[in-house]
Design a protein around this ligand. Structure first.
Ligand code: MCA
Ligand code: AMP
Length: 535
């Protein structure tokens, strides 16, 4: 088991809870109920060799939940986490559920201007941040009305664990209703301002249960978890999948293709964004032998190129299962698991598609005028189901805009359904760049550049990139008489924005292409730069 160090909660020799009172509807209860009977089995093994048993997970989440509850926070309080990926960060998420509060994950790459906005709008009662960021992050949080700021690093140090170690490891899971909030996930907006998608215990649990069956999770499965835990893919899809199946996780703080290859022989399930598959394909060690024990490779969060899909099959003998989801809806559709080829081609995993709507999800292609498109016709993807969020945090008008009268959520994705029911995404009606699985909304970056001295206007477009799939290129127009410097613009952006949002190229040009109405023609810019990284 993990060695006791500093404020470490596990291995501290405290009596374990033997009794586990259930609380219906709290997602944590369902996850806890799936723990194996033998709590001393390994639940999480880190790449550095630490092992956490299921008992460790139970005790540590109890202690953290008791700490949170000892703070006397009002119901619905948000617990914000801006920390490096670690097992303890994952335990904080589970403890927040257990205590009945609302988890607010924040990408650790976010800079002060971004955090100031999140704190100002979400008003978290508690912030957990990295010790290195405590000075500035706690200042911002306190300004926004946060009462408690704890620290946590990726070496199990910090005030959070020190304080939690003083609490009991026996805890009764907080009773929650299915529609009570469990998490709030910020997703950027087309206007440049992020929106907090409110996800309930019911949204998350219903989706996790569906995926457990749909993807054939079984006894003995072992998941390689190498995705960040600030977003839906790593935090919900991967984590809930393993926990709800009582499956061991091989836990990696960051993605390293060589490390993944080294652990593949011990694993059965892998989940990644397309960039991870592209990088793994760059490794000579990726062979059918290395994948011999693997059962399932899942991809999502961004379009998986057909060539990546095909190359993966020829290199490994495994067919990637591509699925589609959003922060607002968790998972929406998936290619079939099809463990058995005898089902015929209706159950094959088809590259370039995102499969069928998941059980319980109603997905339709709308023409935009209230009409449903015919088979094979391209239109707007709209969805309804128990997984769909209740709305954006304190944005009732924005929420109303994004739902149809019939309660369908407008995804902003453009796609079609073929005669056999496979869904394909062919584009987006929202101005969004997905880079290495992270979303970049041009309006946000354009807002920053437009406010810089000497800049008249700018446009950010996404262009193909062999590693990240898509990256941003900025085109800047100078004010008369001014000469803004492209390098200085990028440097200034780096000071304010998360690294993945920084344009990979920036050009200062005399003018932007416009149509007769004077609207910037981003499609022409995309065309102009389409071979910048791929030629
Ligand atoms: C890092 N950089 C990036 C990205 N990541 N630039 C663009 N896009 C990115 N995604 C920057 C770095 O800051 C650095 O810049 C330079 O690119 C090279 O970094 P590198 O060392 O190669 O990056 P890395 O640290 O290896 O990270 C790449 C990564 C990471 C492993 C692909 O981006 C990642 O973990 N992506 C997964 C994101 C994810 O989990 N998405 C799921 C969202 P410089 O040299 O200037 O410092 S959930 C979702 O979308 C929905 C709901 C769903 O369907 O799942
Ligand atoms: P997010 O805002 O991070 O929740 O990202 C959601 C968006 O990611 C969706 O609206 C899609 O545009 C995109 N997305 C997720 N999965 C896929 C996929 N398999 N193929 C193409 N796009 C995807």
């Amino acid at each position: 088991m993990a060695a006791a160090a500093g404020g470490c909660l596990v291995g501290a020799g405290i009596r374990s809870s033997t009794r586990f009172p259930m609380s219906q509807n709290n997602l944590f209860s369902a996850l806890r109920a799936a723990f194996p009977r033998d709590l001393d089995q390994t639940a999480v093994q880190t790449e550095t060799g630490l092992c956490y048993s299921w008992r460790d997970l139970d005790r540590a989440t109890a202690m953290l939940a008791n700490l949170l509850q000892s703070l006397g926070l009002p119901a619905g309080s948000r617990i914000a986490a801006h920390v490096d990926k670690s097992v303890e960060a994952m335990l904080l998420y589970l403890a927040t559920l257990r205590a009945g509060y609302v988890y607010l994950p924040l990408n650790v790459a976010y800079q002060s201007a971004e955090l100031q906005y999140f704190f100002g709008t979400a008003e978290p009662a508690v912030l957990v941040c990295c010790p290195r960021d405590f000075g500035w992050a706690s200042k911002l949080a306190f300004q926004a009305g946060t009462h408690y700021v704890f620290t946590l690093d990726d070496q199990r140090q910090g005030s959070l664990l020190e304080r939690a170690a003083q609490h009991s490891d026996v805890h009764t899971v907080a009773a929650r209703k299915a529609d009570d909030l469990a998490a709030m996930v910020y997703t950027s907006g087309t206007t440049g301002r992020s929106k907090g998608a409110m996800l309930s215990h019911g949204n998350l649990l219903s989706n996790a249960k569906v995926l457990k069956d749909y993807w054939g999770w079984r006894t003995g499965d072992v998941l390689i978890h190498c995705l960040p835990i600030f977003h839906v893919h790593g935090l919900f899809v991967a984590l809930h999948g393993a926990l709800l199946n009582g499956s061991k996780m091989i836990w990696m703080a960051r993605f390293d293709p060589k490390q993944v290859l080294a652990y593949l022989p011990q694993a059965t399930v892998f989940m990644g964004v397309p960039t991870l598959y592209v990088r793994l394909l760059g490794e000579a060690g990726l062979t059918p032998q290395a994948c011999a024990k693997m059962r399932l490779f899942v991809a999502g969060s961004a379009p998986l190129l057909l060539e990546t899909f095909q190359e993966w099959t020829s290199r490994t003998g495994h067919t990637i299962l591509e699925r589609y989801g959003m922060s607002e809806t968790v998972m929406l559709s998936s290619n079939p698991y099809a463990p058995d080829a005898r089902h015929g081609d209706q159950f094959e995993r088809r590259g370039g598609t995102v499969g069928f709507p998941l059980p319980g999800v109603q997905l339709r292609i709308s023409s935009g005028e209230g009409k449903t498109c015919a088979v094979g016709e391209v239109g707007n993807i709209e969805v309804r189901g128990p997984n769909v969020f209740s709305g954006y945090w304190r944005m009732p008008e924005k929420t109303a805009e994004e739902f149809t009268d019939g309660g369908y959520f407008k995804t902003g994705d453009v796609g079609m359904v073929d005669a056999r029911g496979y869904v394909s995404i062919v584009g987006r009606s929202k101005d969004l760049i997905i880079s290495g699985g992270y979303n970049v909304y041009p309006a946000e970056i354009e807002g920053y550049i437009n406010a810089m001295p000497g800049v008249a206007e700018c446009a950010l477009v996404g262009v193909p990139h062999p590693d990240f799939g898509e990256v941003g290129v900025a085109v800047v127009i100078a004010k008369p008489g001014a000469a803004p410097d492209a390098n200085a613009i990028v440097k200034a952006l780096k000071a304010n924005l998360a690294n993945f949002k920084i344009p990979k190229r920036c050009y200062v040009l005399p003018e932007l292409p416009r149509n007769a109405m004077g609207k910037v023609q981003k499609n022409l810019l995309r065309q102009q730069y389409q071979n910048l990284f791929t030629a």
